[in-house]
Design a protein around this ligand. Structure first.
Ligand code: AP5
Ligand code: ZN
Length: 213
């Protein structure tokens, strides 16, 4: 199946996408991760987007559509999980066109509903493994051994430059202005399902599994 995980920053899109990769052999396509990788590698693209992302604004549609297009043409047997893409109506139209061109279809859009207060708490407590990408939280999901990734044993645990209360305000504003119209867009297409993103990680996973089965 091909699905979109739609929701504000900190809704748990990345957390659930990683689980779907493990349990269903689906392939996560996170434009946020692709852009962060470009920054880490110091590519031209990375230099162009670094400041924009640090401020919490969206990068241009052309950039992310190009990144998605390159990955989609590789194909995925278990289907794609679009995580953090599309984020504008223009990106949604571009995705529809890419799907038509690659002979695939969008099965479901899963909206993860979380209120703003919870998002602040999640974002400011988040850290990730620089080696394998596993996502943790100081309070709700710490590593078993402090400073060591459960999944791969790496000690390279990092916090994101844009995970502070100030930048989060801009990220939320961008979400409500530019991304939330996609809820109506996909509802009208009859592919939208909303799940309670405030529930614990396992409960959210079960809700998503119920949608997919
Ligand atoms: P991106 O990397 O996509 O960030 P985001 O949308 O802000 O989403 P996050 O990664 O912050 O949140 P998430 O929903 O994945 O939550 P997570 O699972 O980590 O984008 C970054 C930037 O790149 C953008 O600002 C923009 O500049 C640019 N960009 C990217 N894509 C773009 C596009 N298409 N167009 C234009 N610009 C683009 O969970 C968060 C925390 O909560 C973790 O600590 C986790 O452990 C915890 N948690 C998760 N689920 C639960 C739960 N159920 N209960 C308790 N805690 C939980
Ligand atoms: Zn790891």
């Amino acid at each position: 199946a091909n699905i979109i995980l739609l929701g504000p920053p900190g809704a748990g899109k990345g957390t659930q996408a990683k689980r779907l990769e493990e349990t269903r052999g689906m392939v996560q396509l996170s434009t946020g991760d692709m852009l962060k990788e470009a920054i880490a590698k110091g590519t031209d693209l990375g230099r162009r987007v670094e400041g924009i992302m640090a401020r919490g604004e969206l990068v241009t549609d052309e950039i992310v559509i190009g990144l998605i297009e390159a990955k989609m043409t590789e194909g995925a047997r278990g289907g794609f999980i679009f995580d953090g893409f599309p984020r504008t109506l223009k990106q949604a139209d571009a995705l529809a066109e890419l799907m038509a061109r690659t002979g695939s279809r969008l099965d479901r859009v899963i909206e993860m509903q979380v209120d703003d207060a919870a998002l602040v708490e999640r974002i400011t407590g988040r850290f990730t493994c620089g080696n394998c990408g596993a996502v943790y939280h100081d309070r709700t999901h710490p590593t078993k051994v402090p400073g060591v990734c459960d999944a791969c044993g790496s000690t390279d645990l990092r916090r994101r430059a844009d995970d502070n209360a100030e930048t989060l305000k801009t990220r939320l504003m961008e979400y409500y202005k530019k991304t939330s119209p996609l809820i109506g867009y996909y509802y009208a297409k009859g592919v939208l399902t909303s799940v309670d993103g405030l529930a614990d990680v396992d409960t959210v996973s079960s809700a998503i599994a119920a949608v997919l089965d």
